[in-house]
Write a protein that binds this ligand. Structure first.
Ligand SMILES: Cc1ncc(COP(=O)(O)OP(=O)(O)O)c(N)n1
Ligand SMILES: Cc1ncsc1CCOP(=O)(O)O
Ligand SMILES: [Mg+2]
Length: 206
């Protein structure tokens, strides 16, 4: 699947550890409500491993493809290969993006960037988009850095006006608009969907 900036508009991320009920049901509802991309992030406490992780990933990929939205895998390059995912998202402590691009010349590749130092040391020309954050405080990621604020998006946009940016971290139906106004091409979110009883409404408002 070829990357397009508008895929970043409403980018839902989750793994089973984020869900109070079947992740398939949650993704199905979010996809029907209009998310534009999905990242499978099976990670941390209570996450699935081995065959159970692979089985869930296959089911979630099928749901994404029913709705023609990209299925992106977080961190796990081997799983992305095994499942022929549409893309992979890596951070600064994951496999170097140069290595990932060599393995996946045609997949969507996202890279997290939180500081100017990371920005200046990253090969932006080989990634499709940047994950910028955490913008606001979040309890969802165990090892999340300190919130960088909307200024980080404004700063990125000023330095690289055409670089596709998706914001992450503490984004919800109330603050999503200011994130877009700051210059992000889209918002990514976990708990805004996994902790609501009204997925349709939440996706529409996001
Ligand atoms: C869209 C998006 N942006 C940032 C991240 C964070 O990636 P990373 O820093 O590698 O942290 P983990 O998610 O792997 O814990 C992301 N996953 N997605
Ligand atoms: C994976 C990740 N990377 C930076 S913050 C974050 C967690 C985002 O979760 P939430 O949308 O619930 O704050
Ligand atoms: Mg990572």
């Amino acid at each position: 699947m070829k990357f397009q900036k508008n895929m970043l508009r409403k980018y839902f991320i989750m793994g089973s550890q984020n869900c109070h009920r079947d992740p398939r049901e949650i993704l199905q509802e979010a996809a029907a409500a209009g998310i534009t991309a999905f990242q499978f992030r099976e990670k941390g406490k209570h996450s699935l491993k081995g065959a159970a992780k692979v089985e869930l990933a296959k089911d979630l990929k099928a749901i994404c493809h029913d709705f023609q939205i990209p299925f992106i895998i977080n961190d796990d390059v081997d799983l992305a290969k095994q499942l022929d995912a549409d893309g992979i998202h890596v951070g600064q402590d994951d496999q170097p993006v140069e290595v990932v691009r060599k393995q996946f010349p045609n997949k969507i590749i996202g890279l997290s960037i939180s500081t100017n130092k990371e920005l200046n040391h990253s090969p932006l020309e080989i990634v499709d988009y940047i994950g910028a954050g955490p913008i606001f405080a979040t309890n969802t990621k165990e090892d999340a850095k300190k919130a960088v604020g909307l200024e980080w998006i404004q700063n990125l946009k000023k330095q690289h006006p055409s670089l596709p940016i998706v914001a992450i971290g503490g984004i919800n139906t109330t603050n999503a608009q200011e994130v877009i106004q700051a210059g992000a091409d889209g918002v990514s979110f976990i708990t805004a969907i996994t902790e609501t009883n009204h997925i349709l409404q939440a996706v529409q408002r996001l």
